[in-house]
Design a protein. Structure first.
Length: 254
């Protein structure tokens, strides 16, 4: 029994270096014939491990993105849509807009390749190391409406593709992250609440004023530049022209 070889393979497996386990014998023989130094042998071995690891990571990201089909920039027929700015699409495929936290909006008639371009940009992002999730507007709207009707809050994790759900007694109409990182502030049917996903508890911090018209509920909300969370109220039945605007200014205690 070649004890050093057995131990080496065991240690490499423990270190999760499968490509080195598979290639080191063949590469050692090749480097010996070429008269390569030990450093050159080790460099080539580690390079193969890194390339293979990057390939597997890209494959996992593409699988997690749940693309309905595989589309690339090379398969898009730019001659069929001459009005499309090919130079801009190529530039977007480099992914720099993602680092700048910008959005890309594609507008056009049905059958003009909007989905193809979206799939192309998504695939390019996966290949550049970004995590991607593909969905359609219809699917997203359906998911959000279903969550609203069932009084649920959803959190999707790009890291592993999981989706967490929290059940509430009231509809959640707006969400904002707290500046101190201690969870979220949400607008519910009757007012503002502090919510920490780690404890799954929602603590009311403000409810409608006593003089608030009966039937009014909180609707949308958003933070301003000063960190104040504004929430608007409206008639629940969407009939009476009665609205209000409330601002949550006080410090929230954890």
């Amino acid at each position: 029994m070649d004890t050093p070889r057995v131990l080496l393979e065991h240690y490499l497996k423990q270190l999760r270096l499968p490509t080195i386990v598979r290639e080191f014998s063949k590469l050692a023989e090749q480097c010996a014939k070429e008269g390569a130094t030990f450093e050159q042998f080790l460099l080539r071995l580690v390079e193969q491990e890194m390339l293979d690891r990057e390939r597997r990571a890209t494959e996992r990201r593409i699988k997690a993105a749940k693309f309905p089909v595989s589309k690339s920039l090379e398969t898009y027929d730019f001659l069929a849509i001459p009005s499309l700015n090919k130079k801009l699409v190529v530039e977007l495929s480099r992914g720099e807009w993602i680092g700048r936290r910008e959005n890309v909006l594609a507008l056009g008639n049905s059958g003009t390749g909007k989905t193809h371009i979206g799939l192309t940009l998504g695939l390019a992002a996966c290949q550049q190391g970004f995590r991607v999730r593909f969905t359609t507007a219809a699917s997203l709207v359906h998911e959000l409406i279903e969550a609203r009707d069932e009084k649920r809050l959803l959190r999707y994790r790009l890291a592993d593709g999981s989706c967490e759900r929290w059940q509430f007694d009231e509809v959640i109409s707006a969400v904002a992250e707290r500046r101190d990182g201690a969870g979220l502030v949400v607008t519910m049917h009757r007012g503002f609440a502090s919510f920490d996903p780690e404890t799954t508890g929602a603590r009311p911090v403000y409810t409608n004023r006593p003089d608030e018209p009966e039937g009014n509920r909180f609707n949308d909300g958003k933070c301003d530049a000063q960190g104040r969370f504004w929430g608007g109220t409206m008639d629940f039945a969407c009939k009476a022209p009665i609205t209000d605007l409330e601002s949550l200014k006080k410090q929230l205690d954890a």
